[in-house]
Design a protein around this ligand. Structure first.
Ligand code: 5AD
Ligand code: SF4
Length: 474
């Protein structure tokens, strides 16, 4: 029984891709393991959005050299965005890697892994026979042979890959992600995604509905529709166009499904039909993630985001005015090329005004192959990026706390997701999320409530957490 292990970093696309890769490897007869050292196949599903993520993968690959010595037939693979972006560079920097496969070719994964395993097992047998005859030359022989192994390199065109969903491959049985579109056409100047994930392609609505129905039959109650710019979803057939709002109406009709989330939105194209669907459909989560990236028009122009700060503010006002009790979250990049103190202060003002539930703040990381790397100097010092990052985080934390404090004394409904603590008494702390994506924790005697919707009373709040108790009558 050959075992595989997948390590995932990056966004929800990668989490889903790893689930699908897991399912297809299981289908092909391999067995999953949670112990990396025991595995015969180790795959890294990688992210290229920031340099830091790539550096971490290279050092993890470096640490696995010894694993290849103990398991010469083992397959070490790099999949995901970094595989697409780096391609041959991975083989140059980590020659012990056997397989590099981009996100558009995942359907070839199990076939390629098996091919490599077969070849290497065969090769290993030959190595061993020769070794027995050449008592002293073993190490050299093995390493030379290994260099000759055929590297599998599958990068290039994009093919859709959403096969049968296997509940064993998911982080839990009651939540799942469903891809509704691939790729991105926006080409923000700092972003590597369009060149590694290819052009925007929306999946046919019926295929999406069928997949969700399968998931619901497997016990899923919450789905997250995912796409790089999910609100650009648009599928045309026979003179009829289905938009994200139409899809939400269709998905809402699926019996047994209780909550529908969707990420990530692009600020342009957040039209009223979508906001009305979020407002009017009880199953649709009252939470919108709409990255602004900056509050400065000049920076937004250099980023080629195609909207101004005031247009973004208008959007936020429209969202709050249309959808009662909605929460918003945001992404920002600080220290983008040429960002002055004044430009940064405009972002500070935007964060202060928009009252996000929380914000994800990133220091600009230059990516080879992007327009900003070609056009502008990465001229904001790392120390300045760090300070700006901390300033924004501090402001946002204060807002997050103020917002969460408004829940004290209120009753909320959550989907219980998992355990966060185990007490010595045997009790556990469980955690879940509200429809507006707030994390709620509470104590319970056991894990039995996981996967259920539950009403709770909030008695305390921190910036990222609400503390709750079960009502006395429950
Ligand atoms: N540097 C820093 N952050 C980036 N993001 C995308 N590209 C970069 C980059 N080159 C951030 C954006 C995006 C989030 C997923 O990652 O804020 O919304
Ligand atoms: Fe990257 Fe911009 Fe596309 Fe988002 S919208 S994936 S930031 S290019």
């Amino acid at each position: 029984m050959l075992k595989f292990y997948i390590e995932t970093v990056g966004c929800q696309m990668n989490v889903l891709d790893s689930e699908l890769a897991h399912s297809s490897l299981v289908q092909s007869g391999l067995v999953p393991t949670t112990n990396r050292n025991n595995a015969d196949v180790i795959l890294f599903n990688t992210c290229s959005v920031r340099q830091h993520a790539e550096d971490k993968i290279y050092s993890a690959l470096g640490r696995l050299k010894h694993w290849k010595v103990t398991k010469p037939y083992g397959v070490l693979g790099v999949i995901g965005c970094m595989a697409q972006k780096e391609q041959k560079i991975i083989f140059q920097r980590a020659p012990h890697v056997d397989l590099v496969l981009g996100p558009g070719q995942l359907e070839l994964l199990s076939e390629t892994v098996h091919q490599l395993l077969d070849e290497k097992l065969q090769q290993n047998r030959v190595d061993r026979e020769v070794d027995q005859k050449m008592e002293s030359g073993k190490k050299l022989l093995v390493s030379l042979k290994r260099q000759e192994h055929r590297h599998a390199e599958v990068v290039g065109s994009f093919r859709l890959f959403d096969p049968v969903r296997n509940p064993e491959a998911r982080y839990n049985r009651f939540q799942a992600m469903v891809r509704i579109m691939f790729g991105c056409d926006k080409f923000c100047t700092y972003c590597i995604v369009p060149s590694v994930r290819g052009p925007e392609q929306s999946r046919p609505p019926q295929e999406i509905i069928d997949e969700i129905q399968t998931l619901v039959r497997q016990g899923v109650v919450e789905i997250t529709l995912i796409g790089q710019t999910v609100n650009s979803y648009r599928y045309k057939t026979g003179g009829k166009t289905t938009l994200l709002s139409d899809l939400l109406y269709q998905v809402s009709k699926i019996e047994g499904l209780q909550r529908i989330c969707f990420v990530t939105n692009y600020p342009r194209g957040m039209d009223d039909d979508l906001l009305y669907a979020v407002r009017d459909l009880p199953k649709v989560a009252k939470h919108l993630h709409v990255p602004a990236q900056s509050g400065s028009d000049a920076v937004l122009r250099r980023m080629k985001r195609n909207y101004s700060a005031s247009e973004y503010r208008e959007l936020v006002s429209r969202i709050y005015a249309t959808i009662p009790n909605v929460s918003m979250t945001c992404d920002f990049i600080v220290g983008f090329c040429g960002e002055t103190d004044e430009e940064f202060l405009q972002t500070v003002e935007l964060v202060q005004d928009c009252r996000f539930k929380n914000s994800f703040i990133f220091k600009y990381s230059e990516r080879r192959g992007t327009k900003s790397a070609e056009l502008y100097a990465d001229d904001v010092q790392e120390s300045v990026k760090k300070i700006r990052n901390n300033i924004l985080l501090e402001i946002q934390d204060k807002i997050s706390l103020e917002q969460n404090q408004q829940f004290i004394g209120k009753t909320v409904e959550i989907l219980v997701e998992g355990t966060t603590k185990q007490f010595e008494t045997g009790d556990v702390q469980l955690s879940g999320r509200t429809s507006c994506d707030r994390i709620v924790v509470f104590d319970a005697p056991d894990n039995r409530l996981i996967g259920q919707f539950l009403k709770l009373n909030i008695y305390d709040a921190a910036p990222f957490t609400l503390f709750a108790k079960q009502p006395a009558d429950s």
